[in-house]
Design a protein around this ligand. Structure first.
Ligand code: PHE
Length: 357
């Protein structure tokens, strides 16, 4: 047998016999490595006469290629076997209960959503939702923002690229478009809250381009400002868990409510931290008002038969206030230290009877 045949037979049997990746690599080094047998044969080419070299060169190259191929094939098999063994040994039983609380937690925004839903749920509100990508009609026009009205510019709207019909959708700038969707799809009496994400092009310590709102909508035959004030004052007391919270309604303007009011809660800012229900400062926490007759008409409701009120609040800001977080930006940075400091225990749903937080 020539050297080539001997080496090939021995190498192939060593490759086939290698039962792990390290042994296989040992075979590769001793045959094809710098000091390996095939490499040593290659070196003899230089001392051959041209005729012999012409014959041996291609043979040696072909041997090298065949051995390389055999090693690669064996390597794939061994890697698959290794993976199978790992998969078999590293089983995770997903039916086991989760590990105790210290691993995962609820983001404060989610916690506050749940608290708000619990409070309004107890008052008989249902939860409604709508799409994040809205059309101009629901986000603006139906809400009584006239075409070209400057209030459209106030929202720092993110526009999508126009579709094939030239229609330019928007990332909704507030949850109010879901008022329209609800009134167009449901018959009064209506009592819903609408939690969701909203988007405005703004970025600093107290503004992020995506943030969260909860909208509220009540439509019935005999709804008036007194109901609005009572409902939202009750909400503030339940949410801040302070019975003495005082509220104040300041006249304001929103195109979709008339009259409109911002609600402030009494607070104390003297110690650096805002304390709700003490002191004699005021802090704005939501916008509200009686649903504008034009909005009712746009949804096919007769303003002489139905009235109602609506409100909208910023959840991220309410969370900041209640849980003393000074900056909004870390909300979205997924920093485990921040999350474990400000996060909440999962599975402990807030309840009015058992405590909200
Ligand atoms: N949509 C308003 C905003 O985002 C809030 C609001 C909702 C005001 C409902 C009145 C009634 O600022």
């Amino acid at each position: 047998m020539s050297d080539i045949e001997t080496i090939e037979a021995e190498a192939l049997s060593a490759i086939g016999g290698a039962n792990d990746l390290a042994t296989l690599d040992g075979v590769r080094v001793s045959e094809l490595g710098k000091k390996g047998r095939v490499s040593a044969l290659m070196k003899t080419l230089g001392g051959m006469d041209p005729e012999e070299r012409k014959e041996m060169g291609p043979k040696l190259n072909a041997l090298k290629n065949r051995l390389n191929d055999a090693i690669e094939t064996r390597k794939t098999i061994l890697e698959d076997e290794e993976l199978d063994a790992r998969l078999a040994s590293e089983k995770a039983d997903l039916s086991l209960p989760p590990r105790p609380y210290h691993t995962g937690g609820l983001h404060p925004v989610m916690q506050v959503f749940e608290e708000i839903e619990e409070i309004f749920g107890a008052m008989g509100f249902a939860v409604a939702e709508g799409p994040d990508i809205e059309d101009d009609f629901h986000n603006f026009t139906a809400l009584n923002f006239p075409i070209g009205h400057p209030a459209r510019e106030d929202h720092d709207t993110f526009f999508m690229t126009p579709d094939e019909n030239g229609e330019r959708k928007v990332l909704r700038t507030h949850t109010s478009p879901v008022q329209i969707r609800t009134m167009m799809n449901e018959k009064p009496p209506i009592r819903v809250i609408i939690p969701g994400r909203v988007y405005r092009n703004d970025w600093d310590a107290t503004h992020t381009p995506m943030f969260h709102q909860v909208e509220g909508l009540v439509i019935d035959k005999v709804t008036h400002m007194g109901h609005l004030k009572g409902c939202l004052t009750d909400f503030a007391r339940a949410f801040f868990e302070v019975d003495a919270v005082e509220t104040r309604f300041r006249p304001h303007f929103f195109p979709f409510t008339e009259p409109s009011a911002e609600m402030d809660v009494k607070c104390d800012r003297s110690g650096g931290n805002v304390k709700i229900g003490q002191g004699d400062d005021w802090l704005e926490i939501l916008g509200s008002g009686m649903v504008h007759p034009n909005v009712l008409r746009n949804c096919g409701l007769d303003p002489n038969e139905y009235q109602g009120f609506a409100f909208g609040m910023g959840v991220d800001r309410l969370a900041m206030l209640k849980y003393g977080m000074p900056d909004l930006r870390p909300y979205f940075e997924s920093d485990m230290r921040w999350l474990s400091h400000y996060g909440f225990k999962p599975w402990l749903l807030p309840s009015l009877s058992g405590g909200l937080s």
